[in-house]
Design a protein around this ligand. Structure first.
Ligand SMILES: [Ca+2]
Ligand SMILES: [Ca+2]
Ligand SMILES: [Zn+2]
Length: 536
């Protein structure tokens, strides 16, 4: 993967002047940064996809864009690019071209993000131990539900498919792709790398939330509702940390759902045992699997398919492979066969596509593999049909028409989920178009967007000025900016026009809009998955 650092930039947006599509007469230069010993590089590059972006009559983005493909540039170095056009010059932010640039620049920060989001733990430089009174069950009795991670810019702990269990699965996917690289970091010198410490932190929390009688999971730990869950304070002041007082957080009625915890527990159990740490995560995983699949009879969930692959990998028991195969068949049967969404699963289908590709990669000789290759080929055709713009960013399927941006909440996790699925499909098919599609989604998040905004805090040249995070009440952290934060992302401008909108305000209120600027574990979960599938 070349040139997709956190600093990529739409090099040629014509904000200074409007050019007609027939007036492209531009020299594009890429140079190594001043001071670098390497050579200058200058070339005229082709423009494979150019023009204005429209979506309907009133939602023209307002600029011209030209896409430049300089992937032929292979010399490692720190570059910047300049475009000259009719006497006007545009310069890019600096960017790096080298192997493993995403791994080296972002992987450990992506892990540390979760460390800083920890609940019930003193995070040096950030906050003291918090929410030590988590939490009351619906019947009012207390259950030790301390730990886990603050799920977003609020302090709830959500027990849903992309909650803490999903994060554990994603962390371990990252570890699988580059174990030696992650092994170098061990903050507390206990012999366990930070990544595994973090996975274990999340795994222990879900462990506390498992219902002894059924193997299922309890529901969300909420700082409300019914109380002032919007209370805006530093973590350790959010409740009094004393069990049995009126401000104790509450566990929602009903059951939680964390299907990827099964695979996460299974994988972690083995990694810890290899390091001499006894644990019963595998038994926990099997109990939750039995509960979630109703003894193996419910087989149409992409997450449970992913977890079944892990259980089979660990135990070798044929029942898990059989379950995985039945799940794969059920997912294939759900693929849309006609109309605008032909090739999709549901309205898009990144999870189903990623799970199917995972099955084929895990069992390359299985009779289902040919069918899966055909299905992901159709899926890819669908994906490309949604990304026919100079950025290659994929649209949303909302109602009868495609939209670039959701009206209400940014969708970085969806873009990153698509990059994850596409990365796996690339491993399976070696189709260059799917690699380009995957990288385009990641690049959009990392800065190849009309605002040149890098939505990975602490990297790139231009990050969101502020975040919608209660940590902005911590002295010294007034931006609310946790390194590694990936916020919600772009929404429709003013909630109406299908143009890229993002709250770049620098003050005047308590925090910027949650719609664009709130952190959320799910974005970082899918970032880790995407980066792992692309081998960073
Ligand atoms: Ca450690
Ligand atoms: Ca309390
Ligand atoms: Zn907390």
């Amino acid at each position: 993967m070349v040139g997709s650092g956190c600093v990529s930039r739409n090099l040629l947006n014509g904000r200074q002047k409007v050019w007609g599509p027939d007036q492209i007469n531009c020299v594009f230069r890429v140079r190594v940064a001043p001071g670098s010993p390497k050579h200058n590089f200058e070339a005229l590059f082709p423009f494979p996809f150019s023009g204005r972006i429209y979506n309907g009559t009133t939602n023209d983005w307002g600029w011209y864009f030209w896409r430049v493909d300089f992937s032929a540039l292979r010399e490692p170095g720190n570059y910047h690019a300049a475009a000259h056009m009719e006497g006007v010059r545009a310069d890019s932010y600096p960017f790096a071209v080298r192997r493993n640039v995403l791994l080296d620049e972002t992987a450990q920060i992506a892990v540390d993000f979760f460390f800083i989001q920890r609940c019930g733990f003193e995070v040096p430089g950030w906050h003291k131990a918090c929410h030590l009174d988590d939490a009351n069950l619906p019947d009012g009795t207390h259950l030790d539900a301390t730990g886990g991670w603050h799920s977003a810019g609020d302090y709830n702990k959500l027990m849903y498919e992309n909650g803490d269990g999903g994060v554990v699965f994603a962390l371990l996917s990252g570890y699988r792709s580059a174990p030696a690289w992650f092994d170098r970091f061990d903050r507390n010198h206990d012999g366990l790398p930070d990544l595994l410490d973090e996975a274990n932190w999340g795994a222990q929390f879900v462990f506390r939330m498992q219902i002894p009688e059924t193997g299922g999971l309890r529901n969300h730990v909420n700082q409300g509702p019914g109380r002032n869950w919007t209370k805006w304070s530093i973590p350790e002041m959010h409740t009094d940390n004393i069990i049995g007082t009126a401000d104790d957080p509450v566990i929602s009625p009903g059951e939680g759902n964390s299907p990827l915890m099964i695979g996460g527990w299974a994988r972690l159990s083995n990694l810890l045992k290899q390091r001499g740490m006894t644990n019963d995560y595998l038994e926990r995983a099997i109990r939750l699997w039995n509960h979630a699949t109703k003894g193996g009879t419910q087989a149409a969930s992409p997450q449970l398919l992913l977890s079944a692959i892990e259980l089979h990998n660990l135990t070798g028991e044929a029942a898990y492979l059989d379950y995985a195969r039945r799940s794969a068949e059920a997912l294939i049967a759900q693929q849309v066969t006609g109309g605008r969404l032909r090739g999709a699963f549901g309205s898009y289908g990144e999870l189903s596509a990623g799970a199917l590709a995972s099955f084929a990669l895990a069992y390359p000789n299985d009779p289902l593999v040919e069918q899966i290759k055909q299905a992901v080929k159709e899926y890819l055709t669908f994906c490309l049909s949604t990304a026919d713009n100079p950025f290659g960013v994929s649209k949303q399927s909302v109602g009868d028409v495609d939209r670039f941006f959701p009206p209400d909440l940014g969708n970085n996790f969806q873009l990153l989920g698509r990059a994850w699925a596409a990365g796996l499909i690339y491993q399976l098919t070696a189709d260059a178009r799917v690699l380009s599609y995957a990288v385009d989604q990641v690049d959009w998040v990392l800065g190849k967007n009309p605002l040149n905004l890098c939505m990975f805090e602490g990297k790139g040249s231009f990050n969101p000025p502020r975040y919608h995070h209660r940590y902005n009440m911590i002295p010294g952290h007034e931006r609310g900016a946790v390194p590694g934060t990936i916020p919600n992302g772009f929404v429709r401008e003013m909630g109406i026009a299908d143009r890229p909108g993002f709250d770049l305000s620098r003050g005047g209120n308590r925090s910027p809009s949650f719609r664009t600027s709130e952190p959320w574990l799910v974005h970082n979960m899918f970032y880790l998955l995407a980066a792992s599938a692309l081998n960073f």
